[in-house]
Design a protein around this ligand. Sequence first.
Ligand code: GDP
Length: 322
Amino acid sequence: MTSTSIVSLSGGVGGAKLSLGLLRVLPPDSLTVIVNTADDFTHLGLRIAPDIDTTVYTLANLVNPLTGWGRRDETWTFMAATAALGGETWFRLGDGDLAMHVERTRRLASGEPLSRITADIAQRLKIPANIIPMTDDVVATLVGTASGELAFQDYFVRQQCAPCVTALRFNGAESARAVPQAIAALQNPALAAVVICPSNPYLSIDPILAIPALKASLRHCRAPVVAVSPLIGGKAVKGPTAKIMAELDLSVSALEIARHYAGVIDGLVVDVGDRHLAEQFELPVLLTETLMTSLADRERLALEVLRFAGTLTKAGQQAEGR
Ligand code: GDP
């Protein structure tokens, strides 16, 4: 165990950006990223784990900088050939990316857990961090709409988040077991902070919190838990976060993000674009620029989040005299 240890909770693109910043400002092997797997699905016979892959590619410096997901310098021969045969092309799989899915599917079929496969791949790609799926069990996000429930990737990719969301549920989460290494990271006496990345709270972070053992470990961990709001000036940087909040009749505001994480977080990082709300928060807030465009932005935000976490008292610790 290293002297300081940090855990981040992350979905895909937004989360991986901050996890990369954390990785770069921390000593090697002090970061553990617990990643959402409720977006995972089986497609063309392959097991695909989009948030794991985005995290791996980002932390290995292999990610496509234009999209924030997939591999840089990707080629698309497989997709073109699939289209020519009349196959399914709504979910884009690049040639290099395909190797990840084929290899993962092969190893899962031989009985290896996703966590071991992911750790091994991260090691082969020389990532000096632990990347841990939230569970080795199957959990699947189901998106409620007026015309019935949709599988997550049907909603997110095939229908481009167009349907109005009426409810979300994470099938299998209640009985899902957390990966033991994730629990160990949250119970590590050297844990200095837990960072909830600015991922979509409803689609990316809630599935992680829906796993009972992870939620309990987070509640009981000794380190402060800090979330970074995914909203800037009341708008999402990308993706359906704001649209889903409006559809669920929630106010599209960093105040609502604070309400959503109440009982889990000890502090919230809010963009300066939402500074007019500053007086209304009922927990400690750090106001700063949270848009991560450059690598320097990611590193600066990571440092500020860690510094902020260092100023926080874990809720309940004073009362317990710890
Ligand atoms: P996905 O699974 O690829 O959709 O990605 P995530 O769930 O990890 O992240 C999506 C969320 O990240 C959206 O709500 C965005 O508003 C947020 N996001 C993306 N980039 C940034 C950024 O630079 N700063 C902040 N504050 N939020 C961001």
